[in-house]
Ligand binder design. Sequence first.
Ligand SMILES: [Zn+2]
Length: 419
Amino acid sequence: MSIHLHINHNDMRNRNLALILNHLHQNSPISRAELSSQLGINKASISTIIRELIDRGIVIENGVKSGSQDVGHPSIDLQINPDAGRIIGISIQSTQVTAVITDVSPNILWRKTIDLPKIGGMEMGLLTVKSLIQEVCNLARSQDLPILGLGLSIPGMVDIETNRLLAAYELGWQNFDLNSLMEGNEDINFYVGNEAHMSGLGERYFGSLEKSACTLYINWGMDISGAILINENVVPGIMGLAGEVGHISLDPTGELCQCGNRGCWNTLVNFKSLLKYMQPNKEAEKITRQAGCNEASLDNMCINSFVELVRLGDKPTLAALEKSAHWLGIGLASLINLFNPDLIILGGPLSQTFDFVYPTVQAEINQRALTWQSGSCVVQPSRHGQDGCLIGAVATVIWNIFNNPEEPIRKTFRRKIKK
Ligand SMILES: [Zn+2]
């Protein structure tokens, strides 16, 4: 029995477009001849597609290739046009929401952060987010360039088929149709996702230079969550909920987690647990108070104060961090045994302490993960640091367009009128 695959002309064009855009994204500057030989697409097809991409302003020629030998037919370098359009990234955090407008590189061209209201719960919080979305969409429209899309990163579980927020424990929000945030802006491509998934994609698409066949991205901050990436593709699971590593049970009789379970990994390594590790010590209590941290107002600012105490070498803070680092390594060792990754990226606001926790984390991994697996896995800090979720939201927009480009290219990029 033979299986016949029917690939029509449009499928082939879409596939070639995706290959060319992603190759340009990763390997610019590059010539037409190099694209043809490296991708195995004939020169005539490359020429036709590149002509259209230049015509629509997505690709630009970047001068004669250095070392070009053929004087009659000099080789011209190509690259993605950073000003092909603008992208909007939004990141909701525990107490704030930040919006950025970027070019395609992605350089951040504009940024605004506002506090989420302390009262009014989910309803008031989402009204604030919606009003910031309206403001940033108006501003992006005024720049007279195509808007490629809006990516929204949220610290919670999102059904990516319907864009429904299932639960964001950190915010106390649940069961909300996130599409309604785009009322009046439905013409803009909208992508919403869990912050770890988006940050992980941002790290692989606009960050780590190393090749990695299987990456685990770990977002460590108010809570801990993760993403599994095969090459540069996030493994979503059937609803987009894969990677909720924070809710793996490690201590059946441990602290109650927000998910309702006891002793989740989250309860042993999140920021709240770090502060608890400090509390038996009176000096630590004083320092914690000085940093402005209490359970009612835990936020990224408090994490920044905590990180500052770590950098100052404060002993109770370092002792608490050490305890957390043990649990971090214990959890990662199990994840290494489960996924056999070659790269673990530690991101999120607490990853600012990477240099301090790394020796303990690596020692736990060496002791607990299978030798073959731990030996082939590198643990690295995030490249984008505090902007991980924002770059991730922007990367999600570009990744979606570059990997299925036919329709968005026709919808978003007008042909230039030839004179
Ligand atoms: Zn849990």
